[in-house]
Design a protein around this ligand. Sequence first.
Ligand code: S6P
Ligand code: ZN
Length: 185
Amino acid sequence: MISSTINPTDISISGIHLHGKNINKISRTIKDLSGLFSDEKAFAKMDNSTLVYEVESYFPVADGTEGGLFFGITHLYPGKIGDEYFMTRGHLHTITNRAEYYWGIEGEGLLLLMDENRNTRGELIIPGSLHYISGGTAHRVVNTGKTLLSFGACWPSDAGHNYEAIAKTGFSKRVLDVQGKPQLV
Ligand code: S6P
Ligand code: ZN
């Protein structure tokens, strides 16, 4: 086999991780997530350095490029703050009509999808599940399981991320542990 055809883009996926020189990795710890969880007292008791999620992304073109695609894998740890499960910050795309795919790789969780009228629904993420996030839909992932939740994502390189709207008004529903079971409330 000709080696240059094996990995022409300088990245590889091994198991649930991306490797290569063009991979961008970010970590979100408790200190990055203030204001997100409903139980502020429980949040204040958490260790600031506790890792909540990590994102490995492949950006083959510059951020903002029209017509390109980005690819990422998010690893969301299991845990709770009060009764609320660990979750991603959640966002809209800056260019609101840009869509995205998510798919489940490992673990179990819920993808929260909120439309322009603030109606929120949840889709079950499990290994092999595929989720189409249409434009204008705010998206957030919640780990409702007891193990690491890893999911893939593919989105347009000009989509951009708008976190402010979600930081201000949140989603209209939260996922809480109600008597040992995850519920959208
Ligand atoms: C990017 C894609 C994911 C998220 C990641 C973290 O459009 O949706 O890579 O960035 O899951 O979530 P958040 O809401 O903190 O960006
Ligand atoms: Zn997105």
